[in-house]
Design a protein. Structure first.
Length: 126
């Protein structure tokens, strides 16, 4: 019985971690055209005592910012360039899809464990 509840807890922690990841991916996509914006990344680790998934601190991608040529932009320097963002929309969309699929996989595990728990309770009532 405890294993089923533990499975529910593990799957819920996985869903929460992927939801956080998707939030940061969404912020990156929304700020892809913001001058000086650094892409946010988040990592995962296993909690030592419970085995649940935890997210690490949000880190800023330190790769160089794109140099954008737009002499009419108020941020442009004397050469007509300004620092754009380092967000690559292709990478962000791929990360969003991966996070969504991982979330759905954890949701299926959660649902299966919930159904098994429900069936067990029905058997115990008889």
């Amino acid at each position: 019985m405890a294993d089923l509840f533990n499975t529910l807890s593990l799957a819920a922690s996985g869903m929460e971690a992927q939801a956080r990841r998707l939030r940061h991916v969404s912020e990156n996509i929304a700020n892809a055209d913001t001058a000086g914006y650094h892409r946010k990344t988040i990592g995962f680790r296993e909690a030592m005592d419970s085995g649940q998934v935890e997210t690490t601190r949000v880190r800023l991608d330190q790769s160089p910012l794109a140099r954008v040529y737009d002499p009419g932009n108020p941020l442009a320097d004397e050469t007509g360039h300004y620092d754009g963002s380092n967000v690559d929309l292709v990478i962000e969309i791929a990360d969003a899809r991966e996070a969504q699929r991982s979330y759905e996989a954890n949701l299926k595990i959660f649902d299966q464990a919930r159904q098994m728990t429900q069936s067990l309770f029905e058997l115990l009532r008889r």
